[in-house]
Design a protein around this ligand. Structure first.
Ligand code: ATP
Ligand code: MG
Length: 438
């Protein structure tokens, strides 16, 4: 009997036909980050569980309900639910915080959270994210917000709103927590079970509750902006000034607290209403206490992460352009054994030069070879048989226009093919309104 094993719930495959959409996001995000001085970092898929307990925070949904943890021998490991903790661990472990500050790193990685799968909410999803460590200036906050908004603009994503807030520092939060406990305490009987616990341990988490009743009550809760200390208030004012200077539009949303415990001062989200309830395509902020928590050294830091699957949902919905996927540039069809060996040699030549070339590996007859070349959308084909070999030349056919050119079957093959190919591409570019080069 067939096994018929399917992929786990909440995971997705990306097949070759769609991968250019991912490449589009990855390329634009990478190039934008590099233009702001960020270098790529790659970190393990799993870390010691303690890393996430200490950084993401024991009272967050991520730690309480969503982590995939395995016991290997005596040690507990967790598949990363987010990027920041592992990346900061890596900055520390590799001594990068002793080098020139700020340290700026970006990453593309998969994250794992045991959530209820739905549109825009997966159990394995992907983030493009970045972290900057060493600066406590609001200019750094403006810098990464500007970077995120540039990526979204370059992806041609429309109707995304930037929401910003400040959630203060431990000093201003003490007073605020008191006010929240008082407010939510008066509505205690209507709160969900988890929120009862939150009320004791981490009242700001109440504002992040997704249960509709709790969310409704949260709407009239005291707001943190009224409790900011002078330093946090000044930081927030300067951030707004820099965003204005950079002409980045934003709204202040005092309800944004973010789902992870390590945030301080600035938090922000880029949200859209176009892909349903899971509308946050990018979330981030400052986490000035995290590095101290992990290492004992005070180093302020900040970052953001974008959900790649959510970006793709918006891009599909809005009909955004993607990088053009690569297609076969030359198909070499052979009639007979001798011709086949010639095809192999010519294909090798053009491939060495960087072209995408194919020939038959299915023992097909010439008709079936041409049918296949059509199916894969080959730009040019050349048919080689005994006649062509004896004449030392063949016909190179442009499959779109039907035009045919003579092409010599010797060491001039590559040069001749290259010139016809470049001519064709130039014409295509002339015809296109907004070509996105590969
Ligand atoms: P949400 O409130 O939507 O659960 P979050 O606060 O848990 O988001 P972060 O931990 O800040 O999200 O992650 C950053 C980004 O990663 C989110 O803005 C979102 O785009 C994406 N993301 C988070 N969780 C998922 C998921 N389960 N599936 C797909 N994308 C996700
Ligand atoms: Mg979440």
């Amino acid at each position: 009997m067939a096994l018929n094993i399917k992929r786990p719930n909440g995971t997705e495959d990306v097949i070759p036909r769609d991968v250019h959409k991912w490449h589009t996001i990855e390329k634009i995000a990478r190039e934008t980050a590099e233009s702001y001085g960020f270098g790529e970092i790659r970190v393990p898929t799993f870390e010691n569980t303690d890393l996430y307990l200490r950084s993401v925070g024991e009272t967050t949904d991520v730690v309480q309900k969503e982590m995939y943890t395995v016991m290997a021998k005596e040690t507990k490991f967790t598949l990363r639910p987010e990027g920041t903790a592992g990346v900061i661990r890596a900055l520390l472990q590799n001594g990068l915080l002793n080098e020139a500050l700020p340290q700026r790193v970006y990453y593309t990685l998969s994250c794992f959270r045991h959530e209820r799968p739905q549109a825009g909410r997966l159990r394995e999803f992907h983030q493009f994210g970045l972290e900057m460590a060493g600066s406590d200036s609001p200019a750094a906050d403006a810098e990464i917000i500007s970077l995120a908004s540039t990526i979204l603009r370059r992806l041609e994503i429309k109707n995304v709103k930037l929401l910003i807030n400040s959630i203060g520092c431990p000093t201003c939060r003490a007073e605020y927590h008191k006010a929240l406990r008082e407010y939510f305490g008066a509505h205690k009987d209507k709160l969900c079970g988890t929120c009862h616990e939150r009320l004791e341990k981490n009242p700001m988490r109440l504002l992040d509750c997704k249960v509709p009743e709790c969310h409704e009550i949260g709407k009239d809760a005291p707001i943190i902006l009224d409790y900011l200390c002078d330093e946090c208030r000044d930081h927030f004012e300067k951030l707004k000034l820099y965003l204005d200077t950079l002409e980045i539009e934003y709204s202040i949303d005092p309800r944004i607290v973010r789902g992870l415990d390590y945030y301080t001062k600035t938090v922000f989200e880029f949200v859209t209403t176009e892909i349903g309830a899971q509308g946050t395509v990018c979330g981030g902020g400052r986490y000035d206490g995290l590095i101290e928590e992990l290492s004992g050294h005070h180093v302020p830091a900040l970052g953001f992460a974008m959900g790649i699957e959510r970006l793709l949902l918006v891009m599909e919905k809005q009909g955004c352009d993607y990088l053009t996927p690569r297609r076969c540039e030359l198909y070499l069809a052979a009639m007979g054994d001798e011709a086949y060996t010639v095809c192999l040699k010519l294909a090798k030549q053009v491939r060495e030069y960087g072209y995408y070339a194919e020939y038959d590996v299915m023992d097909r007859g010439i008709k079936a070879q041409m049918k296949y070349a059509n199916k894969i959308g080959a730009a040019f084909t050349v048919v080689i048989g005994d006649n062509e070999i004896s004449e030392g030349k063949a016909k190179l056919k442009d499959m779109e226009s039907g035009e045919e050119h003579d092409i010599p079957l010797n060491d001039k093959f590559l040069g001749t093919f290259d010139s016809y190919y470049v001519d064709k591409i130039m014409n295509v570019f002339d015809d296109m309104e907004n070509p996105i080069p590969l």
